[in-house]
Design a protein around this ligand. Structure first.
Ligand code: ADP
Ligand code: CA
Length: 422
């Protein structure tokens, strides 16, 4: 019997089941490099994981790389894949040094830096809002020649942490100060000081938000699904719902695909899977917000793609990182329904007691997954100081209208209960 292929999965949170379940379906064994906030027990228990390999990627990347190379020499593995945004450059470098499929170092750096993405889009003649980089604390003034409203954000952030809309000069000054503070507290440890990490100010793109999940194999891009996130107007941008497939006219879907494919080429992203966020300016013109070279939403975007297009996104991504052609390159998948994700809003923040209403939702036949990432006793902070979704509910429906009705029901039913402040 041929040996099962083995792949090193870096930093995929083991309580998020989608990539692990996909590996089991595809007959792939995983060596899991756990995320810093994962627990050893949970990592070892995850589906398809045959080995746990702790590496200190943040604290000692060189040491982590040589430990990985040692592990490879002991017994080679056939691929390596990033399970979160931060490890994308590390994984690209490891793949290159070990001769495994992956992104170039350059592409990995581009997709981790919103400045570089904006510059590349411009150069390729693709849509991009006006923007300024704010280095030192006083240079926010240079952003005053942008058209208000603007959005202030860390140059290499995630999950809308420190992303703030500003409508006028005073708002801009305050937002820049607040974002810098959040960068220093939460992002700078891995990326240097706020000066180096950088804060970006860009013109506000007015229109609903969408997301596109893609596979890319040897430079050929397939946009697998387009999801609808709806109107998010700020001042903070907490995501709560996604639905796929997005109910949009064929010509807008085609324009989105063209923009997303163009962005892959502009960024040099040739291998793997991507999560691209866009705004539909005026409801019609797609403009990229950003691209991540990984499965979106800590893995849950897999579910939206799988249901709405029939493409087993996570399994296909694993195949690409093993150097294999994705199955959907040669056989047409069949959609099975409308998928929805509901992220329970953090609300006021504090120490979590429980998420009220979740037990009823768990047994609902429309619901495929309920994942609680921050358990009782955990401290969560409210936006713009993001620290985790309390719970994620993934469901499937016969129509988009049914998905909307269900979202409204969840919004009425699910609430985070916090411990009383003593
Ligand atoms: P992050 O990496 O933190 O997710 P994003 O650039 O994706 O940063 O910004 C987070 C959210 O903020 C977006 O999903 C979007 O809703 C909003 N946003 C960011 N930039 C803009 C912009 N230029 N115009 C409109 N909304 C924006
Ligand atoms: Ca984003």
């Amino acid at each position: 019997m041929p040996q099962r292929p083995k792949l090193v999965l870096v930093g995929q949170l083991s309580t998020h089941p989608w990539v692990f379940d996909a590996a089991a379906r595809a007959g792939i064994d995983l060596v899991l490099v756990p995320r810093g906030d994962d627990t050893a027990e949970s990592a070892a228990r995850a589906n398809a994981v045959v080995e746990v390999l702790p590496l200190d990627i943040d604290g000692n990347p060189e040491g982590a790389l040589s430990a990985l190379a040692d592990r490879y020499r002991r017994e080679p593995f056939a691929g390596i894949m990033a399970g979160n945004e931060k490890v994308v450059p590390f994984v690209a470098r490891a793949a290159r040094e070990l001769g495994l499929p992956g992104l170039s170092d350059e592409a990995a750096a581009v997709v981790r830096d919103k400045r570089s993405m904006r510059q590349r889009l411009r150069k390729a003649g693709l849509g991009a809002p006006g923007f300024r980089v704010v280095g030192d604390p006083d240079s926010w003034i240079e952003a005053l020649d942008l058209r208000f409203p603007v959005v202030v954000k860390p140059a290499s952030g995630f999950s809308s942490l420190g992303v703030i809309r500003a409508d006028d000069k005073d708002g801009l000054e305050q937002a820049v100060a607040r974002t810098r503070e959040l960068v220093d507290t939460h992002l700078a440890p891995g990326e240097g000081t706020a000066e180096q990490a950088g804060v970006l100010v860009e013109e506000y793109l007015d229109g609903p938000e969408i997301s596109a999940e893609s596979l890319v194999f040897h430079g050929e891009v397939r946009v697998c699904a387009i999801s609808w996130k709806g109107e998010l107007t700020g001042p903070y941008f907490e995501e709560t719902t996604l639905r796929a497939p997005a109910q949009l006219p064929a010509e807008i879907l085609a324009a989105i695909e063209a923009e997303v494919i163009g962005a892959h080429h502009a960024f040099g992203v040739t291998e793997g899977t991507t999560h691209t966020e866009l705004r539909l300016v005026g409801g019609v013109r797609p403009v990229l917000l950003e691209m991540g070279a990984r499965i979106g939403g800590g893995g849950f975007m897999h579910h939206l793609v799988h249901v709405s297009s029939g493409i087993d996104l996570a399994a296909e991504a694993l195949r690409i990182h093993l150097g294999r052609q994705p199955l959907c390159w040669s056989e047409e998948p069949v959609p099975t329904g409308h998928a929805a994700a509901y992220l329970v809003p953090v609300g006021k923040g504090g120490r979590i007691n429980r998420v009220r209403g979740l037990d009823v939702v768990r047994t609902d036949p429309q619901v495929d997954y309920v994942v609680q990432t921050v358990g009782p006793g955990a401290q969560v902070r409210c936006y713009p100081d993001w620290s985790g979704y309390p719970a994620i509910v993934l469901s499937r429906h016969d129509s988009d209208a049914a998905a909307v009705t269900y979202r409204d029901y969840l919004a009425r039913t699910l609430h985070v209960e916090y411990e009383e402040q003593g």
